[in-house]
Ligand binder design. Structure first.
Ligand code: NAG
Ligand code: NAG
Ligand code: NAG
Length: 400
């Protein structure tokens, strides 16, 4: 699944994206530091990511789950039932594909908060684990690859769900604040959990036509709407959860979204919601250096990229040291790092979608009390983050 491809596809992408306009760069209304801390307090950002907590999402996903096996079905059903509990629209995209071990059944899981929304931002990861034929590698659980990203995605959905409802209510009652972006209010959140082969889904979506929607403004008049063309941006998580990740910006047209992630991380650290001392350096490479690189990372997003979808690829590079080894299990995960990723994406998607934890007027009403609460939170945060990761930085891997 991981390949190093080069320049050609990137250029093709640049050419294609010109015929599929998205809303383009826009300023996210930034949450205040009080709102950031309210958002962090909405739900414990670690509870579902703790692999030793039996009720956590991560615990449920962290088993060998190669396509077309019983364990794989257990994990898929867990994803589906979790999102069904939220009453999201679920689609299970089943297909058979030939593998070196014969034909296998695959199922992509697609969950959409509001399937009627004119636009969506996609948050995706693959949920299957890599197949290895013999013991002990057949017990590979892919903690960073991509059990932890899947658990983060479920927690993001559960956390943002009530905020999306609140936003819909504001729209319905014509009560958007002047600083709320109408465009953001028309964009829903869609999750995709890929199974093994992802090309199939991009293909299906590129050839399924949707009826015209008056608000589907990102389309040029001449192109019929397809599910693919209503994707504003596609955010793919992969190989996250080990300490000291380093992520770079891959595509010039989503560099501004990369910057929004960097900004979320910086503000969370400044507000002491993330403990910089425990986490070490920023998770993101300075962008100027990445811009000169023409290198290009293969992953589940390639079929989408080929069809002109705007992609933000969040992948640790170098890959975690344990990549494709039996060591990519719970011991490879760093809890403060997982917590930080969860909060960074929580803030990023809240700001992208114009969500906030509560009406901003509460800020003035109880400014005094809130200050007190905030300092309590900071202390709790230090306790959780207090563990200093002792992992060595991952060595460069040969990805050819
Ligand atoms: C299924 O998952 C369990 C852990 O819940 C594991 O012990 C078992 O080996 C897995 N089965 C296969 C076939 O990998
Ligand atoms: C796929 O699933 C169907 C029905 O569940 C089953 O009949 C079929 O044998 C499976 N195909 C493969 C290749 O396992
Ligand atoms: C998990 O990874 C650690 C570190 O590589 C290894 O020692 C351990 O055997 C692995 N556990 C299992 C159950 O494979």
């Amino acid at each position: 699944m991981f390949l190093w491809l080069l320049l050609g596809i990137l250029l093709r992408h640049a050419a294609l994206s010109r015929c599929m306009p998205d809303l383009g760069e826009r300023a996210f209304p930034a949450l205040s530091s009080t709102q950031l801390s309210d958002l962090a307090k909405l739900r414990d950002p670690l509870k579902n990511l703790n692999p030793s907590e039996p009720t956590s999402h991560l615990h449920k996903i962290l088993i060998p789950r190669t396509p077309d096996t019983e364990n794989h079905t257990l994990v898929r059903n867990y994803l589906v039932s979790t999102l069904r509990n939220l009453k999201w629209h679920i689609e299970e995209d089943r297909f058979v594909s030939t593998t070196p071990y014969g034909p296998k059944n695959f199922t992509n899981v697609i969950a959409t908060k509001d399937p009627d929304a004119p636009r969506r931002v996609v948050l995706a990861a693959h949920f299957d684990s890599k197949f290895f034929p013999a013991y002990p590698l057949d017990q590979f659980v892919g903690a960073t690859d991509s059990a932890a990203p899947c658990a983060i995605i479920l927690d993001i959905a559960e956390t943002l769900d009530p905020l999306l409802d609140a936003r819909a209510k504001r729209v319905e009652q014509n009560e958007l604040n002047p600083d709320e972006d109408e465009d953001a209010a028309e964009t829903t959140l869609q999750l995709i959990f890929f199974d093994g082969e992802e090309a199939h889904l991009a293909e299906t979506w590129a050839t399924t036509y949707l009826p015209p929607h008056p608000k589907r403004r990102l389309l040029s008049a001449s192109t019929p709407a397809t599910p693919l063309s209503t994707i504003e941006h596609f955010v793919l998580l992969d190989l996250l959860g080990a300490a000291h990740p380093l992520v770079r910006s891959f595509f010039p047209d989503t560099a501004w979204l990369f910057d929004a992630l960097v900004s979320a991380e910086r503000r969370l650290r400044e507000a002491h919601i993330l403990d910089a001392a425990a986490l070490g350096a920023s998770f993101f490479r300075p962008r100027a250096a990445a811009d000169v690189s023409l290198g290009y990372m293969g992953d589940d997003h390639i079929p989408f990229l080929h069809r002109g979808v705007s992609v933000l690829h969040v992948i640790a590079e170098p890959f975690p040291r344990v990549w494709h080894t039996i060591g990519d299990n719970a011991t490879a995960l760093d809890l403060p790092t997982l917590r930080a990723w969860n909060l960074i994406f929580r803030v990023f998607f809240a700001e992208y979608l114009g969500l906030h934890p509560e009406p901003s007027k509460r800020r003035e009403e109880c400014g005094h009390e809130r200050k007190k609460e905030e300092s309590t939170v900071v202390q709790e945060v230090y306790e959780i983050d207090g563990r200093h990761p002792d992992r060595q930085p991952a060595p460069e891997l040969d990805q050819t």
